[in-house]
Ligand binder design. Structure first.
Ligand code: C5P
Length: 321
């Protein structure tokens, strides 16, 4: 069986990756730059069934954003910068169906655009455009998750680009494992705080949140506890974070080209001429393990997976534990 067929069945391990990606994973494990110390259960625990896994996610993956009430933000007078309405109250009635659109090159030539736009809310990532790619990715964007590099790297033109206007923005940055907000504030991976403050002052009406690092590390722990190998000691990808955020807001979540379809390619992003299998299978992020977890809770058909790269997940409100 091919690697892809094994991935669709949820039966892959790091040993099936290319030597380069295996080495990258080992080196992140050795360096452990964010000081991860995991002493939760692992290998010998029973493999949870899909329903149990969904209940763990619903119970523990509660979205949390900074609200300025915790130090150091409270001492810095930051309460006024964070949106008054918390993210979990922003859409009080939620959405019936939602689309999460991964940025993978494999979405090219999918003609999924109109299907994606038919959802009530659409989540996209980082600098992924819709213009000129409507046929394959659609043109509706409700929310956008951005990492701290988007805010800090001038190449992304965060202040001017229309990609970041008229949408709900959710930013995140890798923090040390213990998610000490003081340590993180003084030494973020990329310093997103000044551009965030500036953007909030200029655009006070745009919903724009910063994820609490506790949330991303809780997701990491759930992935690690349900994998039978040591996963990279780095936060999950924006894709995984986004899937869980949408599960808290939507009755049903359709995820496109996160788990690759038969169109799988090393083309990293549909909008860039850059080839690297790590974008799909992971080097820094524990992508392989995230994807295996998502495969296990997929309620769509295998045909949807291999032809559309589509996974269908129940939102938390549809899960009864
Ligand atoms: O690269 P970037 O993080 O901006 O892409 C958004 C998300 O799409 C990733 O975090 C990852 O979850 C997903 N992705 C993928 N395969 C790719 C590229 C992106 O699964 N080749």
């Amino acid at each position: 069986k091919s690697f892809l067929q094994k991935l669709w069945k949820g039966n892959v391990s790091s040993k099936m990756l290319t030597p380069r990606l295996q080495k990258a994973r080992r080196e992140y494990l050795r360096a452990n730059k964010l000081g991860v110390s995991f002493n939760g259960k692992q290998k010998n625990s029973r493999k949870l069934n899909p329903q149990e896994l969904l209940c763990v996610l619903k119970d523990r993956a509660q979205v949390q954003t900074l609200d300025g009430r915790e130090a150091p933000f409270s001492n810095l007078g930051w309460e006024k910068y964070f949106p008054k309405i918390p993210l979990n109250k922003l859409y009080p009635r939620g959405f019936a169906t939602c689309a999460v659109v991964s940025s993978a090159g494999a979405i090219l030539n999918s003609s999924l655009g109109s299907e994606i736009d038919s959802h009530d809310a659409v989540l996209r990532f980082n600098s992924a455009p819709t213009r000129n790619y409507e046929k394959d990715v659609g043109n509706k964007t409700t929310l956008r998750i951005i990492n701290s590099q988007i805010l800090t790297n001038p190449n992304h033109h965060f202040t001017d680009s229309s990609l970041y206007k008229d949408v709900t923005l959710i930013a995140w940055d890798p923090s040390p494992y213990y998610a000490d907000l003081h340590m993180w504030y003084h030494k973020p991976d990329y310093n997103l705080f000044p551009p965030y403050e500036k953007h909030r002052k200029r655009n006070p009406d745009q919903p724009f949140y910063i994820l609490h690092p506790k949330f991303t590390w809780e997701l990491w722990k759930i992935i690690q506890e349900n994998s039978n190998e040591k996963i990279q000691p780095n936060p999950p990808s924006s894709g995984f974070i986004g899937i869980l955020i949408m599960m808290s807001m939507c009755q049903t979540v359709h995820v496109y080209e996160y788990i690759p379809s038969y169109r799988q390619t090393d083309l990293c992003h549909y909008h860039e001429q850059y080839y690297d299998a790590a974008c799909t299978l992971g080097a820094y992020h524990p992508l392989l393990y995230e994807k295996m977890l998502v495969q296990r809770i997929n309620q769509g058909t295998e045909d949807n997976l291999l032809r559309k790269g589509k996974v269908i997940l129940p939102g938390f409100s549809s899960i009864h534990c």
